[in-house]
Design a protein around this ligand. Structure first.
Ligand code: ATP
Length: 583
């Protein structure tokens, strides 16, 4: 499943708003180009005048000086005006592109997580890279060049009509060729380019997936399968590129041919008019030169159409991200208390396959609840629903009386936050990485957060302590240390309820238990819901919830459940036998 692509009307409306926002600089840039275009019309007119004087035997050296001077000055003025116009156009292009990039980033950050998960990261990655790059070319070059070319073509046509409407008629023979070939091209090019873009997304998705899952692929000997998948996506890209190339191979020569026909027709027609005394030789010369001259902007109009198509497709994909419906309201009531309630919750990743089959659970403020159960029982799914990442298919998950899925994201995060085994270290210092959760936090608060997760000591021993640069280009910390930083972030963001999904799994059992104890001292009064494989977490918790096949099988304190002699008691005794020293 892909993220949506915006409809043409939406893209057009977006482009219109963008143009309106930059109306003034755009008008100034086009005025400069218009002046330059007028300057570019003077040489052909001057040559026409000289031709007229020569054919009437009235050519004097002062006239030659005058017209050649005009030719020289206009060419110089053209060069200077174009320089300034181009400069304005680049500045405008960069400004608009920067705005587009910022808006896109905002929409990406506002995407509901579940949508990104459904679409896969390949699609989003391809939009942020390939589509952004295509759009950059379109905004920086194609759009200004295209507008300028239209302006130049129109002004040249007006000049031709002013010199001789009669002679101009012949140049119009090229229009049907241009019109029909371009219409044909555009009709097939839009879906063609869209297919091309989708194929790039699939290709980068398969390559990224193969690289990320290299170990799994190796372990299960899936190399051949992945190769076939990548080959298929490369083949699809190849054929979709061949298709658009074929379209261009037909279209470009037709356009070139149309231009040649226009020049030949004008020459023949205006020659006939001159011979029969209907037109002055100078006017015929000027019009023919204008036809040669107009071919350049016309050529640019049609050849940039190609780039504009690509840009339009890219823009549709980028704007598409912003049309993903925000599944949350922007504002809403704050819950009056911090009790977490799951009421008859059912949830399915795939339609018709419920993985939670009616979970009912109440967690009181300040309680420490451990969720245990066999693999695949639905524990992580419960964690995701408790963190409000997705809404249940039926039933309700609430903080106080407010449905989690109906809370604005910022409010939600003040109440509930989730830490899983997945964690990310951003490029930046240890300080920056922890302070992400609370940018205004003082150094002392950050140190306290690190201390709460047993990380302060090793952080202080890093080469530059808190200021040590981390991330791909910086100091490499271990996955267990990264997990501690993720927990420190959580401590600093200070939500009322913390959902920990195997958040200490990467630490060795002794360190994990120590961390959990120091964490619970800091989090006194906070609700902690810990999904755990290691049963010492359950042993230390206030209550234990055993989940089997998507339902709550047992619920009670550690002692009660051991006394019950059911599933938990069995899990506990086998765990103790496996790890006699860990409890
Ligand atoms: P574990 O202890 O192995 O992490 P768990 O108890 O946390 O297991 P869940 O991860 O919640 O179990 O998974 C519950 C069921 O949902 C499993 O059958 C799993 O295969 C399925 N499932 C989990 N994530 C997805 C997903 N993204 N798409 C489809 N099915 C999924």
């Amino acid at each position: 499943m892909q993220l949506p692509v915006a409809k043409p009307q939406v893209v057009l409306a977006y482009a219109r708003v963008l143009m309106r926002q930059h109306r003034r600089p755009l008008a100034r840039m086009l005025s400069l180009y218009a002046l330059a275009a007028v300057m570019a019309l003077i040489p052909a007119w001057a040559i026409g005048q000289i031709t007229d004087f020569a054919s009437n035997h009235q050519l004097t050296s002062s006239k030659i000086t005058l017209y050649v001077g005009a030719l020289f000055v206009s060419s110089l003025a053209y060069a200077v005006l174009t320089f300034f116009a181009r400069r304005r156009s680049y500045v405008l292009g960069e400004t608009v592109f920067a705005q587009l990039r910022e808006e896109f980033l905002e929409s990406v950050l506002a995407l509901p997580l579940i949508e990104v998960e459904r679409a896969g990261t390949g699609d989003l990655l391809s939009r942020t890279t390939n589509d952004m790059e295509s759009l950059s070319r379109t905004v920086r070059f194609a759009v200004p060049e295209w507008l300028v070319a239209i302006l130049q073509a129109v002004l040249t046509l007006v000049a031709m009509l002013l010199v001789s409407p009669l002679a101009t008629v012949a140049s119009l023979v090229s229009l049907p060729f241009l019109f029909f070939s371009t219409r044909h091209y555009l009709r097939y090019a839009t879906p063609g380019y869209r297919r091309e873009r989708i194929s790039y997304a699939t290709m980068s998705g398969s390559v990224a997936e193969t690289a990320e899952g290299a170990r799994t692929i190796d372990a299960h000997q899936l190399g051949a399968r992945q190769s076939t998948r990548i080959e298929d996506s490369v083949r699809e890209s190849f054929y979709s590129e061949m298709y658009t190339l074929l379209l261009r191979m037909v279209w470009f020569p037709t356009v070139e041919g149309a231009f040649a026909i226009a020049v030949a027709a004008t020459l023949a027609w205006s020659g006939w008019l001159v011979i029969n005394g209907h037109l002055a030789l100078g006017a015929a010369t000027t019009v023919t030169l204008y036809v040669v001259q107009i071919n350049d902007p016309l050529d640019r109009i049609v050849s940039w159409l190609d780039e504009l198509q690509i840009g339009q497709t890219a823009l549709a994909r980028l704007v598409g991200v912003s049309v993903v419906k925000d599944d949350r309201p922007r504002s809403g009531p704050a819950p009056s208390n911090e009790t977490i309630t799951m009421q008859d919750v059912r949830y399915a990743y795939r339609e018709g396959h419920d993985v939670l089959n009616g979970i009912t659970l109440t967690v009181k403020p300040g309680e420490r609840l451990a969720i245990v159960g066999p693999s695949g029982a639905g524990k992580s799914t419960i964690g995701r629903l408790l963190a409000g990442i997705d809404a249940p298919r039926s039933g309700s998950v609430r903080v106080g009386e407010v449905e989690l899925a109906q809370m604005p994201l910022t409010t939600l995060r003040q109440h509930v936050a989730l830490v899983t085994q997945e964690h990310h270290i951003f490029i930046g210092s240890v300080h920056d990485n922890v302070a992400l959760a609370h940018p205004e936090a003082s150094e002392r608060e950050i140190e306290e957060a690190l201390d709460a997760v047993d990380a302060l000591e090793w952080v202080q021993h890093l080469p530059q302590g808190l200021e040590t640069e981390l991330g791909t280009t910086g100091y490499q910390i271990t996955p267990a240390q990264a997990q501690q930083l993720a927990l420190a972030r959580l401590v600093l963001s200070n939500p009322h309820t913390l959902v920990l999904d195997e958040a200490t799994a990467l630490l060795d059992p002794r360190a994990a238990r120590h961390l959990e104890r120091s964490l619970s001292a800091v989090l006194h009064g906070r609700t902690v819901i810990a999904i755990a494989h290691r049963l010492h977490t359950a042993h230390d918790a206030d209550r234990v919830c055993v989940v089997i096949d998507g339902v709550v099988a047992e619920l009670g304190t550690h002692e009660e459940l051991v006394a019950l002699n059911g599933d938990y008691a069995a899990l506990w005794s086998s765990w103790r036998n496996e790890k006699p020293t860990a409890s």
